[in-house]
Design a binder for this molecule. Structure first.
Ligand SMILES: *[C@@H]1O[C@H](CO)[C@@H](O)[C@H](O)[C@H]1NC(C)=O
Ligand SMILES: *[C@@H]1O[C@H](CO)[C@@H](O)[C@H](O)[C@H]1NC(C)=O
Ligand SMILES: *[C@@H]1O[C@H](CO)[C@@H](O)[C@H](O)[C@H]1NC(C)=O
Ligand SMILES: *[C@@H]1O[C@H](CO)[C@@H](O)[C@H](O)[C@H]1NC(C)=O
Ligand SMILES: *[C@@H]1O[C@H](CO)[C@@H](O)[C@H](O)[C@H]1NC(C)=O
Ligand SMILES: *[C@@H]1O[C@H](CO)[C@@H](O)[C@H](O)[C@H]1NC(C)=O
Length: 551
């Protein structure tokens, strides 16, 4: 356990950090090391929050009735994100990722609607005026830094958009020479050169492939990204379509940016994805996403063994799994609630996401149970939810608090390999640092079943807290745990009671020695009984969890 002195020191350094963060000029470029302990809330700026309609200079009339099927602007801005940062910070997020900020196609409506999502970039060197002014984007960056939060911006470098693929008007683009683009060809996804040089989109709305082998393009992109990052004090980049650009373009680009880069490498192959970590700090964990869906979604194949195998494969192949972007939803995939009908499946998958994965990324609206299918239905407006304090909102808060606490108090929590302690067709138990988590795909209905976990390393007769239900109990012989599902398929997170002091979780606000508290191993029985009675009420109310101790 940590001494009080070291706790005080970290409190002091924390407040120094927040003092520094008040002055944006003191912000330094954030590295992978600094991002590792962060957790990210992903936003489509147009859809997260509406500005007051009386705001001057709005280019989009705020649309309360925003229907994602219409594929047009609804009116969110950088200023309306600022106005709602409390909602995001209320879940414990320490960073946001916003949709691309660059100027987009803004002409007559296309057969696929308008560029509300920001991915139809024309001139990367100009900002998108629909989202606000340069001062507004700076204000967002400053507001985040004043809260000690990071700003990640989505970058589209692979392509620009054109509605005339045979005869594009190059004057619209930052790069305006014909040799700055690859000639048109449709992508053959079995050919890596074709993936990198042919065009995304189609012949109706074509995504013209920028020639990232061209020296003027390379230097143009490098000076642009360096200026953008410095001017707006951006802390990290999410790179769209990263696998559609030659790999060795990225080190120079990210080196010029001087901040953490996370690339989108769409696809389920661990080895293919992992290769990109040789060129980018991080990639989105697309393979992990596929395996989590097939392990936990209900109804679904319930493929726990696939998930475990993929974890072990990842540990072999990735340079650093702890900085991968771990997500369950995003702007390109169906919402979790669209593919899985039982909220317990989401809560179990989220425990995996936050505690077995890399940097957790929650797509706006995941906390509100939005149900849209793939693009464009997964880009719902958030305002109709009233930004409610849902069960999922609270679970995210708890998982962020726990992860922050573990990252601060257990030095190698984030970098240590996740260990699989046991797996059945329905459960998987993992250990990471001082924490053991057990997830199941059994779903909400009560079932006469249980999961035993052995080798968790807690020792016999040790007082534990199950962090989600706040129930206290004691380990059985050789530290065994038995999780009972007679109240439904909940997830469980176990920590030694003594390891949670000072976390603020389950009322553990102080870090005084448990012996002073009357909770020592010799006289803990009474306190334990009290804890159990108290937590049983919380239990029934929140998660209806039952835990049984093996003796
Ligand atoms: C792969 O794609 C590139 C770019 O379109 C093309 O030049 C090359 O011939 C393709 N290779 C094969 C084997 O099809
Ligand atoms: C589970 O996933 C593994 C790895 O992808 C696969 O080989 C296996 O066939 C899957 N099993 C089921 C039941 O889907
Ligand atoms: C994590 O596991 C992999 C695969 O078993 C191993 O190669 C690697 O050394 C381990 N890393 C740590 C930090 O233990
Ligand atoms: C999935 O999304 C589609 C389109 O948004 C919707 O019609 C459908 O009802 C959704 N399915 C579920 C299970 O929510
Ligand atoms: C959400 O509700 C919980 C439980 O009632 C409460 O503890 C928490 O403070 C609320 N959070 C917000 C941001 O209102
Ligand atoms: C639960 O399963 C056990 C072992 O199969 C059995 O002995 C017991 O009667 C079952 N309980 C109920 C309530 O079905």
């Amino acid at each position: 356990m940590r001494s009080f002195a070291s706790y005080t020191t970290s409190l002091i350094s924390l407040s120094l950090l927040s003092l520094l963060a008040v002055f944006p000029t003191a912000t330094t470029a954030a590295t992978a090391e600094q991002w590792r302990s962060r957790s990210i809330y992903q936003i489509i700026t147009d859809r997260f929050a509406l500005p007051d309609p009386s705001t001057p200079n709005l280019l989009t009339v705020p649309n309360e009735d925003c229907n994602p099927a219409d594929q047009t602007w609804c009116g969110g801005t950088w200023q309306s994100i600022i106005a709602n940062l409390d909602y995001i910070q209320g879940m414990g997020f320490t960073a946001i990722w916003i949709s691309p900020v660059s100027q987009n196609y803004d002409g007559p409506r296309t057969p696929y609607g308008d560029a509300y999502h920001g991915y139809w970039s024309q001139d990367v060197t100009a900002l998108n005026p629909r989202m606000g002014s340069s001062d507004d984007l700076k204000a967002l960056s400053n507001a985040l830094h004043a809260r000690g939060m990071y700003l990640m911006v989505d970058i589209v470098a692979n392509n620009v958009v054109t509605l005339d693929y045979q005869n594009p008007d190059l004057s619209k683009f930052a790069f305006n020479q014909p040799d700055m683009f690859h000639p048109y060809c449709p992508i053959d996804f079995s050919n890596q050169t074709s993936i990198e040089q042919c065009w995304l989109g189609d012949t109706v709305v074509a995504l013209m492939d920028v020639n990232t082998e061209n020296q003027d393009v390379i230097s143009g992109y490098q000076s642009w990204i360096s200026q953008l990052v410095q001017e707006y004090q951006i802390d990290g980049l999410r790179i769209d379509a990263a696998k559609h650009v030659r790999k060795d373009f990225w080190p120079g680009f990210c080196g010029s940016a001087g901040v953490f880069c996370m690339g989108e490498v769409f696809g389920g192959d661990v080895g293919y994805n992992a290769e990109y970590q040789g060129y980018l700090d991080s990639v989105l964990d697309y393979p992990g996403y596929d395996y989590v869906v097939s392990a936990f979604a209900l109804p679904g194949p319930g493929n726990i063994s696939g998930l475990v195998d993929a974890l072990h494969q990842g540990q072999e192949l990735y340079k650093d799994m702890s900085v991968l972007g771990s997500f369950l939803e995003n702007q390109d995939n169906p919402r979790w609630a669209n593919i899985s009908v039982d909220p317990q499946s989401l809560w179990n998958a989220m425990v995996w996401q936050f505690l077995a994965g890399g940097i957790p990324i929650v797509y706006y609206g995941q906390e509100q149970g939005l149900k849209g299918n793939a693009d464009p239905y997964n880009r719902e407006p958030l305002w109709p939810t009233g930004y409610a304090n849902t069960t999922t909102y609270q679970l995210i808060g708890k998982l962020n608090t726990l992860r922050d606490f573990l990252a601060t108090n257990s030095p190698d929590f984030l970098t240590a390999n996740v260990t699989v302690l046991g797996a059945t067709n329905n459960e998987v138990a993992i250990g990471r640092g001082p924490m053991v988590a057990v997830m199941t795909n059994r779903g909400s209905p009560p079932v006469n079943a249980s999961m035993g976990v052995y080798g968790a390393g807690f020792g016999t007769g040790v007082p534990l807290l199950e962090v989600l239900s706040c129930q206290q109990f004691t380990t059985g012989s050789q530290g065994s745990l038995l999780i009972d599902y007679s109240a439904g398929g909940h997830a469980s997170i176990f920590m030694r009671l003594s390891d949670l002091h000072g976390s603020g979780l389950c009322g553990q606000y102080t870090n005084v020695d448990p012996n002073i508290n009357g909770l020592s191993s010799t006289n803990g029985a009474r306190s334990f009984a009290r804890g159990t009675l108290w937590s049983a009420a919380v239990l029934a109310a929140i998660l209806a969890v039952t835990l049984v101790c093996v003796s």
